[in-house]
Each structure stands twice: as C-alpha cells, then as structure tokens.
Design a protein around this ligand. Structure first.
Ligand SMILES: NC(=O)c1ccc[n+]([C@@H]2O[C@H](COP(=O)([O-])OP(=O)(O)OC[C@H]3O[C@@H](n4cnc5c(N)ncnc54)[C@H](OP(=O)(O)O)[C@@H]3O)[C@@H](O)[C@H]2O)c1
Length: 250
C-alpha cells in the first residue's frame, strides 16, 4: 500500500478526476478527506467511498471555508500528509464576452482558491508531505474561448515552482499534474450546447496522439505517483498526462 495511514485532503473530490483519485488513494490505505461545494454531491461521493471518507462542504472561493475544512481535518486526524488541490471549473467566453465578473470568478476558483488551499493545508503538513496541483494542458497552449482558464492554470503551474521552493526546506514536495482532455463531467458544465460539444470533442480527439480522451482513472494513477514516496525526489515538476496532445507535431 503506497499511502498506508496517510491523511489525504482532496478538493474537487466529488466528481471526475478528484473522485477517482480519492478511490485509488483509499484503496492504497489513505484516510481520505473529500472537499466539495455541494452537500448532495458530497454525500453521493461519500457513498462511493463506502462511507469511509471525512466529507467537508467548502466553497474554495471563500478562504474562511477552506480554513474550516482544514480545521475539521486537523481535529479528526491531527495533520495532512497529502494535499490534492484539484477543484476547478470554467465556462467558455471569447474575448468580447469576458467581463470583470467572469475574470474574478475564474481567478477565485482556479487560482486564489488553489493558493489558499495550499497555504492553509501546508500549515498542518509534516515532513515527507506531498502536494499535487491539478493544472491543465492549457498551461502551454492556447484554446479559443478559454483565456481565463488557461491563464489561471498557467499561474497555478507557476505556483508549484515557487511554493515547491518555499516548502522544500520542510521536506514537503509540490508538483503539478497536467491533464489533457479527460472524460469527466467538466465538459457538461462549460456552457456549450451538446452538438457543439460533440464537434469540439471530435476536433480535439484528432489532435491527441493516442486519438482518444483520457479516463479519470488514468489521471488518478499519475496523481498517486506524485503523492507517494515513489516520487520522493520529484518536486516543482509537472507530469503531463494528455495522450500526446501538447507533445507531438500534428
Ligand atoms: N476534464 C478535463 O479534460 C480537464 C483537463 C484539464 C484540467 N482539468 C482540471 O481537472 C480538475 C478536475 O476537473 P474534472 O475534469 O474532474 O471536472 P469535474 O468532474 O467537473 O470536477 C470538478 C470538481 O471541482 C469541484 N468544485 C467546483 N467548484 C468548486 C468550489 N467553488 N469549491 C469547491 N469545489 C469546487 C466540483 O465539486 P462540486 O461542484 O461538487 O463542489 C468537482 O468535484 C479541474 O481543476 C479541471 O480544471 C480537467
């Protein structure tokens, strides 16, 4: 078991990549803390974890709610060993449709929320701890309509370097996982009609070296590697899991 008796705090744990990672972590012996903003989705995810996870409702756009979630974890387990800062979402907005509110919303969830999740969780992490941040293939390429998601994810990639440097003296590693196109509920929330979504998915698939979307379970395995001692000499790095989407000429 790669995470025996470790305490793993997972944001965005109610769905997709976060939920599959929670299941894998639990099967590797971790005590899982699931964080999500919606009570009923949290309860449903808790059932998928056989009722064995600590479920904490927190909207990571609010620092006080992150603090409460970390405090609930400290009060039950005393510490966090593994942080998977994974919560994120966006909607499609081309240049002319972007408003001040849209920018603020994307920053709050995908950047500020991620930053304060790391700050608050790191305060109760100990030597040997590991932080994994979900960024995106949009770290390195542009995608029309997703300017704010791409910018906030690139900023999160940058955080991994700086906070990795700051936390290295405490023996805490910080890494990014960069998903490509992964089959999760993410796409049903981005505000595109089904027909447009299918067209976009088909055109992305053509650009993926392996010619298919990835599965959330494939991301979970990469996150487990970074979270566990298998990656004991890896910090500040980014593990790209995108079927070649950003790596091959096409
Ligand atoms: N799927 C992809 O192709 C892809 C590609 C690149 C990067 N990513 C990144 O991967 C991460 C996980 O996405 P996914 O694909 O697994 O999508 P997903 O299934 O939609 O999961 C997103 C998670 O984020 C949580 N969340 C959203 N808003 C939140 C808030 N304000 N506070 C707390 N939690 C919140 C959601 O929980 P509740 O709504 O229940 O709160 C959910 O658990 C995201 O950061 C996403 O940007 C995904």
């Amino acid at each position: 078991m790669k995470l025996k008796n470790k305490v793993a705090f997972i944001t965005g744990g109610t769905s997709g990549i976060g939920l599959e990672t929670a299941k894998l972590f639990q099967s590797e012996g971790a005590n899982v803390v699931l964080v999500g903003s919606n009570e009923s989705r949290l309860a449903a995810a808790g059932k998928e974890l056989n009722g064995n996870a600590l479920l904490v409702r927190a909207d990571i756009r609010k620092v006080v709610e992150i603090e409460r979630a970390v405090e609930a974890t400290r009060s039950k387990y005393g510490r966090i060993d593994v942080l998977f800062a994974n919560a994120g979402a966006t909607t499609v907005a081309p240049l002319e449709a972007v408003t001040e509110e849209y920018v603020a919303e994307n920053l709050a969830l995908n950047f500020t929320g991620t930053f304060f999740t790391i700050q608050k969780a790191a305060a109760i992490m100990t030597e040997g701890g590991s932080i994994v941040v979900t960024t995106s293939f949009l770290n390195t390429i542009g995608f029309p309509g997703l300017s704010m998601l791409a910018a906030t994810k690139a900023a999160a990639r940058s955080l991994v370097r700086t906070l990795g440097a700051e936390l290295a003296p405490r023996g805490i590693r910080v890494n990014a996982v960069c998903p490509g196109a992964i089959a999760t509920p993410f796409y049903s929330k981005i505000g595109l009609a089904d027909a447009t979504l299918s067209e976009v998915a088909a055109s992305i698939t053509q650009k993926i070296g392996l010619k298919r979307f990835g599965e959330a379970t494939e991301l979970a395995k990469a996150v487990l590697f970074l979270a566990s001692d298998d990656a004991s000499y890896t910090t500040g790095a980014a593990l790209v899991v995108d079927g070649g989407l950003t790596q091959f000429w096409r």
